[in-house]
Design a protein around this ligand. Sequence first.
Ligand SMILES: *[C@@H]1O[C@H](CO)[C@@H](O)[C@H](O)[C@H]1NC(C)=O
Ligand SMILES: *[C@@H]1O[C@H](CO)[C@@H](O)[C@H](O)[C@H]1NC(C)=O
Ligand SMILES: *[C@@H]1O[C@H](CO)[C@@H](O)[C@H](O)[C@H]1NC(C)=O
Ligand SMILES: *[C@@H]1O[C@H](CO)[C@@H](O)[C@H](O)[C@H]1NC(C)=O
Ligand SMILES: *[C@@H]1O[C@H](CO)[C@@H](O)[C@H](O)[C@H]1NC(C)=O
Length: 508
Amino acid sequence: MAKQSKISCCFLVFVLVNLIFWNVVLSVRAENEFISAVGDSGMRRDNLRVAIESWNQCNEVGEEALQIGSPRAADCFDIYKATPQPQGEVCFCNQQLPYVLVHRVTEQDNKLRMGEPFFGLQAESQFNVDLYAAEKELYLGFKCQVEDTPNPWQFWMIMLKSGNMDTYAAKCPKNGHRVGPFPDQNTFPCFGKGCMNQPSIYHDYTKLQLPDMTLKGRFFGSWDLDADLSRGMVGNISYHSVTWEKKLGEGSWVFHHVLRTSAKYPWLMLYLRSDATHGFSGGYHYPTRGMSKIIPESPNFKVRFTLNVIKGGGPSSQFYLMDMGSCWKNNGKPCDGNVTSDVTRYSEMIINPNTTSWCHANNLNVCPPYHTFPNGTRVHRNDTARFPYAAYHLYCSPGNGEHLEAPFNLCDPYSNPQPQEILQILPHPVWGEYGYPTKQGEGWIGDPRTWELDVGRLSQSLYFYQDPGTPPARRQWMSIDLGVEIFKDPDQVAEWTLSDFDILVPKQ
Ligand SMILES: *[C@@H]1O[C@H](CO)[C@@H](O)[C@H](O)[C@H]1NC(C)=O
Ligand SMILES: *[C@@H]1O[C@H](CO)[C@@H](O)[C@H](O)[C@H]1NC(C)=O
Ligand SMILES: *[C@@H]1O[C@H](CO)[C@@H](O)[C@H](O)[C@H]1NC(C)=O
Ligand SMILES: *[C@@H]1O[C@H](CO)[C@@H](O)[C@H](O)[C@H]1NC(C)=O
Ligand SMILES: *[C@@H]1O[C@H](CO)[C@@H](O)[C@H](O)[C@H]1NC(C)=O
């Protein structure tokens, strides 16, 4: 009896130990279990959702291009197998292809221009060129939306932007405040009246091509509205093009990007973004539509993608291996659309090896006040022996920061509807811990790679300004993107492909 109770006692202990052990194993596993935060995980879904938007210097429309309409368009479709029905109720008998591609967005939708009504358009937006575009994006999102858990999602977003600014036109606010016309100190390119125009955007709707079952479509155009694009990118014109291609049922979409600057448009940007599916996205003060059905938050998320840089865009091209945009107020509170107190926060790694560190020991105003190593050790920028100056290209402070540490350099006050803060980093051993390039040239031309970046932990470690004594902001990244900014350098071409893009977040 006694012996038996001893055995069952042992057995009980055994069961308990086992239970605890497996609980620990399972919870560790759950902690390491990631799910995709984007609707189209790894860009593998045949039924593509992609849209395009174009911004002027301060992320508005300003003026529509005459023949093009409001600069928002989308290509969203579903593929159905066209099997002849023996009962004869639905018959695709005349169909050439074994599949039918049903587009959700018509040419009429894409051509919508200010003044033309559409379903859901608010009366006050119909004749306001900026609000009209923002609502057109919502309308296109409504047509493209895919139901999913925990949230529906809409599309990948191709973003175009021109840095031209006519300071005499007084179109862009300064740190969110309206300002009148002023003479430019050679900061912004502008060839004269109308230099802030929107580009042409042409569209080849996605088609299924036989015999190799390849899906292919494209958006392209030019800021030079008189350019003849029928022969492609010829002559000294500005140019943008994104082609998407995929084998039916196989692999990832491959997005092939081309951007060219010209004498009239020397400062251009082209990105592919995973934006928030509701609320604001990075740099945009209107409700947005996008691909991130879950907003990734530091420190727990990773970004995976394959990048092949074909042409770099010249020495002044800031090719962003990873660009993230968020918004929080200097007191740590989330943004609410008030453009004078909201602050857009950006961070990006520039992988063009021509980009050097502007931050160094005798130029501290463009270094963040401190660097945080992965073990938590903080090193102040005046600690010349330990601060990794070469890891930083440029840091600039928000124009509405009231307790900035001197010396500082304020960010460009015009290029966003609200003040901004930017931290640009360079390949360096201090980022190796997070899977980022550690040497100049890694991931650059001739070195295509699949990256898995611990963007969450890296972005948690970066310095961003907050008023002293305020609780730290939640760093939620509404926009995660890749692409190029060619900075004031005419006649340069950047070309690259992007595929397999995913954002991974912990399961719970
Ligand atoms: C294009 O610009 C380059 C440099 O600015 C110049 O050398 C070339 O002649 C131009 N080509 C054409 C076709 O205008
Ligand atoms: C926007 O923020 C500024 C600065 O905090 C504040 O003075 C202003 O009242 C706010 N505007 C609105 C409409 O809340
Ligand atoms: C840019 O980098 C390339 C390759 O490293 C080099 O050949 C070229 O001289 C650099 N140009 C400038 C302006 O630094
Ligand atoms: C933290 O890391 C830095 C850089 O690698 C190193 O210099 C420092 O000694 C480390 N501190 C601790 C407490 O381990
Ligand atoms: C470095 O900066 C810190 C913080 O502002 C300051 O306390 C310290 O005195 C500075 N050290 C030197 C050597 O300037």
